[in-house]
Write a protein that binds this ligand. Structure first.
Ligand code: AMP
Ligand code: ZN
Length: 490
C-alpha cells in the first residue's frame, strides 16, 4: 500500500512501526462554534482511511484531540457572556452530535487539553531541561533551531516561514520564529498552575503531549487539513523530537485538501461557511459522504449544491444495485460471468484504494460493476451472489454509505389492507415480497385494461408504504425506500 507523505512530498510504501498495528492522530476541532462542511470534509477523509486500514487487517488506534482551551474560545465566550469552559463543553457536544449524524466511527480516544495539563507541563519541562526552550516573563517559548531541520515538513525557507507565521512582533521572543509553549495568565482568562506561574498552554504543545501519551514517542500517521502543515505540524515535530530525543516523531504525515467556496477556503473567519447541521436539514448524510469521497482526499473540492444532488443520484444507484442483488433468486447452477466480473472489479477497486486511498478511482470501478449487475438475469449461483453482496457491503463500510435498512415495519399489514380493498387474493404470498408482487400483478392487469387512473392510485398507495415502483422497458421494477440516517430524529 502506498501513501503520500507530506514529509518528503512523495508516495511511499506504507510500513507501520509495529507489524499489523497503526497509531493515527488527527488534529481535532477547536470547540468554539458549530462545525462546518470544511471540517466534515477532513474528518470524513480520515474516517475513510481508518475504515480502510481496518478492512486491510490493521489494528488501528485512532486519536482525535479536542481543543477546549484556546484564544478563540476565550474571545467567543466573552462575546456571548458565557464561561469559556461551559462554551467549549456545549460545542463539544454539538461536534459529537454532528459526527454521529455523519455516521463517523468513534475514535478510540478524544483527549482534551483541559484534561492533560500535567502531561503538557511535563513536556515543557523536558524542553527547558534540554535547552530547547526558554522562559520570558511568565511565558515559555520554544527556541527554533533551523539547524535541526525546522521547515523540513513544509519545505520552506526561514523567510517564507517568517512571512507564513504572520507573527506579531513579540519583544519577549529571542527569534520571531520561536513560539509559545506556555502563556502567562492575563486578567480574566482561565489559567492553570505551573512551575512558571499561572497560565495556559500555547496551541501546538497539546498535540505533542497527547500524541505521545496515547500513541507513544513515535507513531505511524498524523493528519489534518493542509493549513496545519505550517506552523502547527512543523512545531509539533520540533517539540516532540526535542523532548523525547527520538525521531521521526511521525512516519507518515497526511494532509487533506480544502473544501472551497468559489475558490476560497471555507472558514469561519471568511464567513463563507455552511454548518453541517444546516446542510443536513435538506440532504442525506450518506450523499454528503459520497460527494466528498468522490474526490481524492488531497484534492480541493468546490462546494456546490448541484454536486451534492449528483451524489444523491449516485447513492440511489448504489442502493438500487443492492436491492437488485437482494431480489435475484439463488440457484444451484453455475451462471457464467458474475464471478469474473466481480473479481476483476474488486481487484481494480482495491488497487485504487491501495494507491494513496484513491476513492475517486475506486468508486468508478464500483459504478462499472453496478452497471454490470443490472445485466444479471433473475437467477444466479448462491455463492456468487453472496460474494457480490459481501463486496458491496465492504464498499458500504469503507465509504460509510449503504448502511440503511429498508423500512419493512408494518409493511405486510398495509399490503394486506390494500389487497382487500382491491379484491386481490394474497393467500399465495408468503412474505411482504410476495405480497408486493401480487399487488403489482393486479396493477398490471388494470394497465392492460387501460385503467390507468386506478393503476396510478395503486402506485401512489405503494409509494406511501415505502415501496417505489418504476415502469421500466422490461416491466415494473420495485424497491424499498430507505430512510436517511438522522431523518426521523429531527
Ligand atoms: P479548526 O477547528 O478550525 O481548528 O479545524 C479542525 C480541522 O478541520 C483541521 O484539521 C482543519 O485544518 C480542518 N479544516 C478547517 N477548515 C477546512 C476546510 N475548509 N477544508 C478542509 N478542512 C478544513
Ligand atoms: Zn494538532
Amino acid at each position: 500500500m502506498q501513501v503520500y507523505n507530506t514529509l518528503g512530498k512523495k508516495k511511499e510504501e506504507f510500513t507501520p512501526l509495529k507489524e499489523g498495528e497503526v497509531g493515527m492522530y488527527v488534529c481535532g476541532p477547536t470547540v468554539y462554534d458549530l462545525s462546518h462542511l470544511g471540517h466534515a470534509r477532513t474528518y470524513i477523509a480520515f474516517d475513510m482511511i481508518v475504515r480502510y486500514l481496518r478492512v486491510r487487517g490493521y489494528k488501528v488506534c485512532y486519536v482525535v484531540n479536542i481543543t477546549d482551551i484556546d484564544d478563540k474560545i476565550i474571545a467567543r465566550a466573552r462575546e456571548l457572556g458565557e464561561a469559556p469552559q461551559a462554551l467549549a463543553k456545549r460545542f463539544e457536544a454539538e461536534f459529537f452530535a454532528d459526527m454521529d449524524t455523519l455516521g463517523m466511527l468513534r475514535a478510540d480516544h478524544y483527549p482534551k487539553v483541559s484534561g492533560h495539563m500535567p502531561e503538557i507541563i511535563k513536556i515543557i519541562e523536558r524542553l527547558l531541561e534540554k535547552g530547547c526552550a526558554y522562559r520570558a516573563g511568565g511565558d515559555v517559548y520554544f527556541s527554533v533551531d533551523l539547524a535541526v531541520g525546522y521547515g523540513r515538513l513544509s519545505g520552506q525557507s526561514a523567510e517564507e516561514m517568517l512571512a507564513g507565521a504572520r507573527v506579531e512582533v513579540n519583544p519577549l521572543k529571542r527569534n520571531q520564529l520561536d513560539f509559545a509553549l506556555w502563556k502567562g495568565a492575563k486578567g480574566g482568562e482561565p489559567s492553570w498552575e505551573s512551575p512558571w506561574g499561572p497560565g495556559r498552554p500555547g496551541w501546538h504543545v497539546e498535540c505533542s503531549a497527547m500524541g505521545v501519551k496515547y500513541l507513544g514517542e513515535q507513531f505511524d500517521i498524523h493528519g489534518g487539513a493542509l493549513d496545519l502543515i505550517f506552523p502547527h505540524h512543523e512545531n509539533e515535530i520540533q517539540q516532540s523530537e526535542g523532548a523525547t530525543g527520538k525521531g521521526p516523531f511521525v512516519r507518515y504525515w497526511l494532509h487533506t485538501g480544502f473544501l472551497l467556496v468559489k475558490g476560497e477556503k471555507m472558514s469561519k473567519s471568511l464567513g463563507n461557511f455552511i454548518t453541517i447541521k444546516d446542510v443536513l436539514k435538506g440532504h442525506d448524510p450518506e450523499a454528503l459522504r459520497l460527494f466528498f469521497l468522490s474526490v481524492h482526499y488531497r484534492s480541493p473540492i468546490d462546494f456546490e449544491y448541484q454536486n451534492l444532488q449528483n451524489a444523491e443520484k449516485n447513492l440511489e444507484r448504489l442502493y438500487n444495485a443492492l436491492n437488485f442483488v437482494d431480489r435475484i433468486e439463488k440457484s444451484t447452477d453455475e451462471i457464467k460471468g458474475i464471478k469474473d466480473i466481480l473479481e476483476s472489479h474488486k481487484n481494480k477497486f482495491y488497487s485504487a484504494m491501495d494507491d494513496d486511498f484513491n476513492t475517486s478511482k475506486a468508486l468508478s470501478h464500483v459504478y462499472e460493476l453496478t452497471g454490470e449487475i443490472f445485466k444479471i438475469g433473475p437467477k444466479a449461483k448462491a455463492d456468487d451472489l453472496l460474494s457480490l453482496r459481501d463486496f458491496l457491503g465492504e464498499v458500504g463500510y469503507i465509504f460509510g454509505i449503504l448502511q440503511r435498512e429498508p423500512q419493512i415495519k408494518g409493511l405486510e399489514e398495509a399490503l394486506r389492507a390494500l389487497a382487500i380493498s382491491l379484491g386481490i387474493e394474497l393467500a399465495a404470498a408468503t412474505d411482504y415480497r410476495g405480497a408486493i408482487e401480487a399487488v403489482i400483478a393486479a396493477r398490471e392487469t388494470l394497465r392492460r385494461g387501460k385503467e390507468y387512473a386506478a393503476a396510478d392510485r395503486i402506485r401512489q398507495e405503494l409509494m406511501g408504504m415505502g415501496v417505489i415502483l418504476e415502469d421500466s422497458k422490461d416491466g415494473p421494477v420495485w424497491r424499498l425506500k430507505r430512510a436517511p440516517r438522522g431523518a426521523s430524529s429531527s
